[in-house]
Design a binder for this molecule. Structure first.
Ligand SMILES: NC(=O)c1ccc[n+]([C@@H]2O[C@H](COP(=O)([O-])OP(=O)(O)OC[C@H]3O[C@@H](n4cnc5c(N)ncnc54)[C@H](OP(=O)(O)O)[C@@H]3O)[C@@H](O)[C@H]2O)c1
Length: 209
C-alpha cells in the first residue's frame, strides 16, 4: 500500500542548496526530521557538519550529508550530482535555496557583484534544475520535486538592490519554462516556486535594504 503524507518520502534523497545557514539550514533540518536523506551543500561546510551532528543527537530518523560545493563553479555542481548518483542513486527533491543579494544597484554597482549574483541565483539554479531533472528522468522518478526559493525582489524594486531583481528571474522566466517542459509534457515532476514571507531570521542577518 502506498505510504501517506511525508511518510512516503522516508529514505528518499533531497538536495538542499545553501544549507549552511538561514532558510536552507531550517529546510534541511525539517526534512531530516521527516526521515529523508538530505544532501546539504554550501561553501561553509563546517556549519552543515554541525547541523548534521545536531540532527543526529536529536535522534531524527533521517540523515544530513554535508557537501562542500561552490555553486558559482559548474564543475563543483556536476561533481556533487555525480557523487550523489554514485553513492545514493540520485536526487528525488531539489530545493534551490542558495541565493545572494549584493548591494550592487544597476546604476552604480560593481560588475563582479552582478556576476556573483547571476552565477548563484540564475546559473547554479538552472544547472541544478537540469541535473536534478535528468536524475529523476533516468531513474523514472514520477513524483520528484524541484522547488525554487524565490524573492519578493522579483516583484518590486529595492533602491539599494535594484540589480537583484534582474538576478532573480526565478519565477518570471525559469519557472514557466520548466513548468511547460515538466508538467506540460506530463513528465511527472512538479516545480513550484516559493516566494517567502519575511523570514524569521531576517534578511540573511543583514539590515533590510
Ligand atoms: N531572508 C529573507 O528575508 C529572504 C527574502 C527573500 C528571498 N530570500 C531567498 O531565500 C534564500 C535563502 O535566504 P537566506 O536569508 O536564508 O540566505 P542566507 O542566510 O544569506 O544564506 C544563503 C545561503 O546560500 C549559500 N550560498 C551563497 N553563495 C553560495 C555559493 N557560491 N555556493 C554555495 N552556496 C552559496 C550560503 O552558503 P555559504 O556562504 O556557506 O556558501 C548560505 O547557505 C535565498 O535564495 C534568498 O534570495 C530570502
Amino acid at each position: 500500500m502506498a505510504r501517506a503524507g511525508m511518510e512516503r518520502w522516508r529514505d528518499r534523497l533531497a538536495l538542499v542548496t545553501g544549507a549552511s545557514g538561514g532558510i536552507g539550514a531550517a529546510v534541511a533540518r525539517a526534512l531530516v526530521q521527516q526521515g529523508l536523506k538530505v544532501v546539504g551543500c554550501a561553501r561553509t561546510v563546517s556549519n552543515i557538519e554541525e547541523l548534521a551532528a545536531e540532527c543526529k543527537s536529536a535522534g531524527y530518523p533521517g540523515t544530513l550529508i554535508p557537501y562542500r560545493c561552490d555553486l558559482s563553479n559548474e564543475e563543483d555542481i556536476l561533481s556533487m550530482f555525480s557523487a550523489v548518483r554514485s553513492q545514493h542513486s540520485g536526487v528525488d527533491i531539489c530545493i534551490n535555496n542558495a541565493g545572494l543579494a549584493r548591494p550592487d544597484p544597476l546604476l552604480s554597482g560593481s560588475t563582479s557583484g552582478w556576476k556573483d549574483m547571476f552565477n548563484v541565483n540564475v546559473l547554479a539554479l538552472s544547472i541544478c534544475t537540469r541535473e536534478a531533472y535528468q536524475s529523476m528522468k533516468e531513474r523514472k522518478v514520477d513524483d520528484g520535486h524541484i522547488i525554487n526559493i524565490n524573492s519578493v525582489s522579483n516583484l518590486r524594486m529595492w533602491p539599494r538592490l535594484s540589480s537583484m531583481s534582474s538576478a532573480l528571474p526565478r519565477t518570471s522566466s525559469i519557472f514557466p519554462l520548466t513548468w511547460e517542459r515538466g508538467c506540460g509534457q506530463k513528465e511527472g515532476f512538479r516545480q513550484p516556486s516559493c516566494t517567502p514571507t519575511p523570514a524569521p531570521q531576517g534578511w540573511g542577518g543583514r539590515e533590510k535594504p
